[in-house]
Design a protein around this ligand. Structure first.
Ligand code: ZN
Ligand code: ZN
Length: 353
């Protein structure tokens, strides 16, 4: 497997995709090119080899085989998992791409380029942590914040035409009274809805490492800014090829579409006091899929044996995260207050007797 490098045609420096200008830029001489005009122009002769099983780094903690690539710029050995396709050389910061991970059957149809920068992600993270006063200090450590990574996450995008055939029992009630009784009249209606609805670009992530619910909470991504895939957008970012195949992920997408069509058709029924579904049948009339890369910033923190994740949509800036409370910091905040309250209670008690 060959490594592609993003060499600057002017000075030989390592080029990077710039989310602000949407161009590929050399940080050394400021040369800038349209991504579609720039072709990863330096093909290193290095081929990846499975890491020796006798080295202590031949597999990751979860048992993934590791591969060694030789950096064409400095000769350093780059260790990568089978699915990692775009990375930085840890020794010389050269941006490299394992081209086989993004060509042939693995070539994505589309990519949503990063629009926010790593600095934007660091700022959002800092503000988020600061807004929660009782977060442990380690979460605000600048060295730690610098570990935020821009990752292109592989996604399957499903288009589908879905049919719906539903029957509901609706009721309407009327109440009146005379001198003796209160009367309630309930009328029952059979309500029917049927038809088809088209869905486009319903995303399901194709990466085993990314929690599906976390990825869904980063939506929506704006597909109007999706462009045909080009390896130039990967320069300077991490990228994984999919390792959850499309067939395994299709049911999740179809379930999302099914939930949408049921709620869409149900929303067209109004004017009843109550509505009870008798039958809500759905069927896939047709479906197709595309393969795309989505931009996500990620920061993973392990604290006291627990994992905490901060993630930001690299296009819209929307973020999600979970943060722990530090009880030592919480105690600092609350003990004086509790102490004063106890003292006041004591004084009140003292004055009363
Ligand atoms: Zn240059
Ligand atoms: Zn290197």
């Amino acid at each position: 497997m060959a490594l592609h490098e993003y060499e600057c045609p002017a000075c030989g420096g390592a080029m990077e995709f710039n989310p602000k200008t949407q161009k590929i830029k050399c940080p050394y001489c400021n040369s800038e090119f349209d991504v579609k005009d720039y072709v990863a122009n330096h093909n290193s002769s290095s081929t990846g080899e499975a890491a020796d099983e006798y080295t202590n780094q031949s597999t990751t903690e979860d048992g993934q085989q590791l591969y060694i690539y030789k950096c064409g710029s400095c000769g350093g050995e780059i260790l990568a998992t089978e699915s990692l396709g775009s990375t930085k050389c840890p020794f010389c910061s050269n941006n490299v791409v394992v081209s086989e991970k993004f060509t042939g059957e693995f070539k994505p149809d589309y990519i949503i380029p990063f629009k926010t920068t790593k600095e934007d992600a660091m700022k959002t993270y800092r503000e988020h942590v600061r807004s929660k006063k009782l977060v442990p200090k380690v979460f605000l450590d600048e060295n730690h914040i610098d570990e935020i990574k821009g990752v292109y996450v592989p996604f399957w995008l499903f288009d589908a035409t879905m049919s719906f055939d539903g029957t509901y029992e609706g009721t309407k009630t009327r109440t009146w009274q005379d001198s003796k009784y209160v009367y309630t009249e309930t009328k029952y209606y059979e309500v029917k809805r049927s038809g088809t609805e088209d869905f486009a670009f319903v995303p399901v992530d194709g990466s085993k490492e990314m929690p599906d619910d976390l990825m869904e909470s980063l939506e929506p991504f704006d597909h109007n800014e999706m462009v045909p895939f080009n390896m130039g957008y990967l320069a300077g970012f991490l990228a994984n090829k999919y390792n959850n195949p499309v067939d395994a992920m299709k049911p999740r997408a179809m379930n999302r579409i099914k939930a949408s069509i049921i709620s869409d058709f149900k929303a067209t029924i109004s004017g009843y006091a109550s509505l009870r579904p008798i039958n809500e049948g759905t069927g896939i009339v047709s479906s197709s899929y595309k393969y795309a890369m989505y931009p996500v910033y990620i920061l993973n923190t392990t604290w006291k044996g627990e994992n905490y994740l901060f993630a930001m949509n690299g296009q819209s800036g929307k973020f999600v995260g979970n943060l722990p409370l530090s009880w030592t910091r919480a105690l600092k905040y609350y003990i004086p207050i509790a102490g004063i309250a106890t003292l006041l209670a004591y004084l009140v008690y003292y004055f009363i007797i």
